[in-house]
Structure formats: C-alpha cells, structure tokens
Design a protein around this ligand. Structure first.
Ligand SMILES: [Zn+2]
Length: 110
C-alpha cells in the first residue's frame, strides 16, 4: 500500500494512506488543495496543492475531486471595501422594505 508522508502543524511528519487524503483540484490552480485528518491529533489539516503535489498524490492513488471556481469569484474588484456598517445598513433596509431593489436604485424613498 502506498504511504503518503505529510506534515501536521502540531505533530510534524505523519504517514497517511491514499484513503486518508482528500484532493481538490481547482480550475484556478492556486486554489487547489489537499486535506487530511491528522492521525496524531485529529486536527483537520489543509494545504495548497501545486501541480507537482497534485501529480504526486494522484500517482499515489488519491482520487482528485475537480472544483470549478465561478468566474465571478475571480473578477477584479474596484470601489470601496464593504464595511460592517454597510452590512448593518443593508440588514436594516431588508427589515424595513419588501422592495429593496427600487430603494437601492434610488427610485423610491424608503
Ligand atoms: Zn497533528
């Protein structure tokens, strides 16, 4: 049986079997990762998986789950950052009106 060596932040190097490891390969490569429950401390460990790590894990018998990241999640963002106060204002608006879209567009006074 294939033995996979990985490291846990608390326990150091640990040995795993392919069944112990979950591999998620993302269409946006930097978001690919593998995870496992540490056999020493039972902590869930998650680490990034570059192409080399993906190849090693797949060749070791770890099945890959493909994850397609939604395109809108990768769009560049402009404008001011949403603040906690913005979220509170939204929650208050949601509680006060059933027709939020016209209010947000400035067509109807709340
Ligand atoms: Zn551990």
């Amino acid at each position: 049986m294939t033995t996979i060596k990985a490291s846990c932040p608390s326990c150091g190097e640990v040995e795993l079997t392919p069944a112990d490891v979950s591999l998620v390969v993302c269409s946006h490569a930097p978001l690919s990762y593998y995870s496992f429950a540490c056999p020493g401390c039972t902590e869930q460990v998650r680490k990034p998986a570059d192409d080399h790590v993906v190849s090693l894990l797949v060749s070791g018998g770890v099945p890959a789950t493909v994850w397609e990241v939604p395109a809108e999640a990768l769009e560049p963002r402009t404008g001011p950052v949403l603040t906690y106060d913005d979220l509170l204002d939204l929650a208050i608006q949601l509680a006060e009106t059933d027709l939020l879209a016209p209010v947000a567009a400035g067509r109807v006074a709340s």
